[in-house]
Design a protein around this ligand. Sequence first.
Ligand SMILES: Nc1ncnc2c1ncn2[C@@H]1O[C@H](COP(=O)(O)OP(=O)(O)OP(=O)(O)O)[C@@H](O)[C@H]1O
Ligand SMILES: [Mg+2]
Length: 324
Amino acid sequence: MGEAIITVKNLKKAFRTYRREAGLLESIKSLFARNFKEVRALKGIDFEIQKGEIVGFIGPNGAGKSTAIKIMCGVLFPDSGDVSCLKYNPWEDREKYVKHIGVVFGQKTQLNWDLPPIDTYYFLKEIYQIPEAYFNKRLSRMIKLLGLKEIIRTPTRNLSLGERMRCELVAALLHGPEIVFLDEPTVGVDIIAKEAIREFISNINKENKTTFIVTTHDMGDIEKICRRVVIINHGEIVYDGLLANLKQKYVKTKVIDAKFSEPQEFGLAYHGRIMSKTKLDIKIEVRAKYVNKMISWVLKNFKVADITVTNPPIEEIITYIYKK
Ligand SMILES: Nc1ncnc2c1ncn2[C@@H]1O[C@H](COP(=O)(O)OP(=O)(O)OP(=O)(O)O)[C@@H](O)[C@H]1O
Ligand SMILES: [Mg+2]
């Protein structure tokens, strides 16, 4: 085991939202009897993150992912529990702590809307007192990795979402933080920008041993960059481990994909579920223990040009876990 740079113990956070019926009388009443609803966003979560890891936080909407990230960044107080990041308490030592972290919230911007990103970068250089040589080297490295040469001189308001997200990453990482929190960094961006962002995260992680905590609804992000996933559901951790083990644990079926050499009339597949079929190919989901039987049956009864066996897509596995 390496060194734990983030330790989270029994972290709890509840939000109270006040409900008020419409109408004057109701609003007067609510002055006296506060009618509130409590949402337990985090019900006591525990985990440790080692230096140099890229950890994917996933879970359905409202699971508590952003709440956990905000607490770890020090912008939100928990109700109870302990958090230690780089030996700091994020919300008590916030002033010192922020120099060591980088943060991107997909829905927010830290770039000045009316100025080109490069101006924000120079502003951040002053704020963080980044030495000239380090700043220049790091900026040009990141511009190269993300293909931003021209873009950083365009006013932010004129940038596309994908361009702006790449510029946000630079802003968050310029000062060379040891830990980077990314809350949905690829939301709404096209596949090219997604790929660029994923590559960038992997590269910075390798070059600087930077630790990343990433939330996303895009399983492509997870498969491309995270070895480890933490799945949160209803404020609780339901899985914490390697992505590969997740597949092993939950994948009880395989997908058989057969291509026919000439048009075939494919009937019922016993022990299997037909996922899709045409006259020239068929996809069947089969329980793992029936895979061999099914393959023999297909080969015996149909003119097969090609046959492959794969795991069901990660999305299906995740949906299955969310529903449990
Ligand atoms: N400031 C707040 N006031 C009231 N309730 C809140 C607040 N912030 C979050 N919540 C509630 O806490 C729960 C967890 O929210 P959170 O934003 O952490 O979810 P999430 O996992 O990030 O979801 P998503 O995938 O939609 O971003 C939700 O039920 C949400 O409505
Ligand atoms: Mg969120």
